[in-house]
Design a binder for this molecule. Structure first.
Ligand SMILES: [Zn+2]
Length: 450
């Protein structure tokens, strides 16, 4: 069977045989790879050897796909706790450093960024998967593609190679300032762009303000969005499409796996996930009990073919469900529907923001009392947040100085500035309580019902 890196594009499929494999054969292939990767992880990654032994399970216990349920979970904390232990790549890594050709990292918004290593083969298969998604949304050799994603340490950066391997003309846009990006859109008339949904909307607004008509002055036919939920929220997707006169496709990636692990097809009904690379489980948020396909819970991924750092039962923290019924497009790989994050996390300009990070900053500032209130809201389809703080009575600074220094400290820690910092007098914020204080007010209307 045509496998990886041997694509033979056929009409609408990058790899027709793989993408339309009957479910039974797809699962047989998953089982074969699962057995191999679990054994490999046990033999080469010190963490898995220890955790499997402690749980009383062994690789040979895997006889069916369901047997994965006997194995222990890992999560972000496992990655953080084991990284740098024993070697630079840590105890989840299963290959020596000389076999690693690339690392990406998470944003580090919850603390130390976690490192995701790739072997040469992992990286090639990653890019083959990205080519599959680009092809799926209709990218062809005659397209001009602007990859407007950050390249530094971010796993979405190298995805542009998947577009190049497909034969499209690629423009490595990175994080160009918007004026420059608008120039690129006007001058080179690209047909496809990838950015975050909120930026796609903002850029459209900026274009209008600058006197462009995005529908006439540019030639953008398709917009790929990722990093925020917007691309899967019909009203947001439609608002972006209306400005640009282009079709919006939602992609979903994880810094721990691939820049895009899943992508919408032309039916926009969930995102096809690369089931030949990822075994998906859905589990109850609290108990960890495995739920039947179609039920909503936390998505748990097992990587089937990444050897540099296999992830066995990785709790993604994303809430969603998987639909494994055939899609109208003919692809047999299941579709995931993501509803939101498990934590209190919220996302501003594609940066993950956690209330705990804001608290950490507020509590470090000597001019503040440490009391704070976070307000999360939407403006122009974009998530924003403001922070209210109290000036310590000992402080000699003005309110303006305190607002500026707090804003800069927040930007330094989490990567984005709050929309505003409001400074109150000591004791003015009504957040003190003997019981659990309510310090986060979420005013967003685009809610995700779980
Ligand atoms: Zn489909």
């Amino acid at each position: 069977m045509a496998d990886y890196g041997t694509a033979n594009p056929d009409g609408k499929f990058w790899n027709k045989e793989l993408e339309t494999l009957p479910r039974e054969q797809l699962e047989a292939k998953q089982l074969e790879d699962l057995k191999e990767i679990v054994q490999f992880a046990y033999d080469h990654a010190p963490y898995y050897k220890r955790s499997f032994d402690e749980a009383g399970v062994k690789p040979s216990d895997i006889k069916t796909l369901k047997d994965i349920e006997k194995f222990p979970f890992i999560n972000k904390k496992t990655q953080r706790d084991t990284q740098g232990v024993g070697s630079f790549l840590g105890e989840l890594a299963a290959v020596p450093e000389e076999d690693v050709v690339f690392i990406s990292t998470s944003s580090g918004s919850t603390g130390v960024p976690t490192v995701s290593p790739f072997s040469k083969k992992d990286f090639d298969e990653f890019q083959d998967t990205e080519s599959r998604w680009f092809y799926q949304i209709g990218m062809r050799k005659n397209d001009r593609y602007v990859h407007a994603l950050n390249f530094s340490l971010y796993v979405g950066g190298p995805d542009v190679i998947g577009a190049q391997n497909l034969g499209a003309l690629c423009i490595w846009g990175g994080t160009l300032p918007s004026e420059r990006l608008l120039f690129v859109l006007k001058q080179y008339q690209p047909t496809i762009i990838w950015t975050s949904p909120s930026y796609a909307w903002q850029l459209g607004e900026k274009a209008l303000k600058a006197g462009y008509d995005p529908k006439k002055d540019f030639n953008i036919k398709k917009i790929i969005v990722a990093g925020e939920l917007g691309g899967s929220i019909d009203s947001t997707r439609k608002a972006i499409e209306d400005i640009w006169g282009a079709e919006v496709y939602d992609f979903y990636g994880l810094s721990d796996i691939f820049g895009a692990c899943a992508a919408q097809c032309e039916y926009h009904d969930g995102l096809h996930i690369a089931e030949n690379h990822i075994l998906v489980e859905t589990v109850d948020l609290k108990t960890g009990e495995v739920l039947p396909p179609g039920e909503t819970g936390e998505l748990v991924f097992t990587t089937l073919r990444k050897h540099a750092r296999p992830l066995i039962r990785f709790r993604t923290g994303d809430i969603g469900r998987i639909d494994q019924t055939p899609c109208k497009c003919g692809r047999t790989h299941g579709r995931i529907h993501i509803l939101g994050r498990k934590d209190d996390m919220f996302i501003v300009s594609a940066v993950n923001v956690f209330p705990s990070d804001i608290e950490a900053v507020i509590r470090e500032e000597k001019d503040l009392t440490g009391e704070y209130l976070i307000r999360i809201f939407e403006k122009d389809f974009t998530c924003k947040f403001s922070v209210e703080v109290e000036k310590a009575s000992s402080s000699t600074k003005t309110d303006e100085e305190i607002a500026a220094q707090t804003s800069a400290a927040l930007k330094g820690r989490i990567g984005v500035k709050p929309a505003s910092v409001i400074v109150h007098k000591d004791g003015e914020l009504n957040t003190r309580s003997e019981h659990k204080s309510k310090r986060v007010i979420d005013e967003r209307t685009l809610t995700y019902n779980i």
